[in-house]
Design a protein around this ligand. Sequence first.
Ligand code: PMV
Length: 322
Amino acid sequence: MPAIASSAPAKAILFGEHAVVFGYPAIAVPINELKTRVAIFALPQATPGQVKISSPMIGMDTTMDQLDPADPMARLFELIKKHFSITHFPACQIQIQSAIPVGSGLGSGASVSVAFLRALSSFMGSPLGDEDVCAYAFEIEKIHHATPSGIDNTVITYEKPVLYRKKKPISILKVKKPFELVIANSGPKESTSKTVASIREKHDQDPFLYDHYFESIGRITRNAALAIKRGDLDTLGSLFNDNQAILNKMGLSTAHIDELIEIALNSGAKGAKLTGAGKGGFVIALVDQKTRERVFRKLQDAGATDIHITTIGAPRLTQHEK
Ligand code: PMV
């Protein structure tokens, strides 16, 4: 029997990380060069209910019954069982492969959830719609990050640039002029839940200062949405730098992130910043055809890894099934 397969992209937050947890807007985009793929093969000869799972990137080779009930994957199975009102699955082998570096700010957890929910529901004969996928993936985000804003599961489910606000209807951003980003990994990052908790603590200690930071980030994000809609890439670049300056004041940058950003800017990028929770992980730099190769090379020379060039807003067909 042929495999049922689904994929989901990575994501990058362009503006508004952390402030989004406090209700301010943020902009996120799908990164289609990096994907999670989930394939499911029926095992007609195996004992009914036997579900094998392998995921080389996290060294997982197990069965559903052996999962800790607190494991996000166990919770995904429970959500699907409840959705379809079933007690067990047809025997099958589930293979999960992801090119997204784990815990680096590119939404690897949400990407696995979305691809997994799509593949398993298709395997059950009734693919979930985007709304259900997004809501169930959000449940899993709570296990990963305690108090997620919901931006990761939203942008990864809808695979479009979004202007996101907690508990508000999703707003897809129209990109007038496609733009290119170089994305590069600065190295290991502190866990998102820890970083988010530390910002909450700082906010509790000095609400006046942190509300001021969040309001400034909110303003930058709204201006960035306008720049994207107008195709004003020079303004967009300088807004990247403005957002980074505030993230830096909030203590979310590292010496290596600062170094990579400086190198990207000196190599011709229009703007650069960290992306995601910070304290390590990926940086993004706004480039164009003239500067992208140089920025890429210089970041590589400075020790960044997992470097990719991605185009945001290029017309493409949305494909959940690949
Ligand atoms: O680093 P990531 O991919 O976990 O992104 C975290 C983004 C935050 O705004 C810091 C948290 C959130 O839930 O939005």
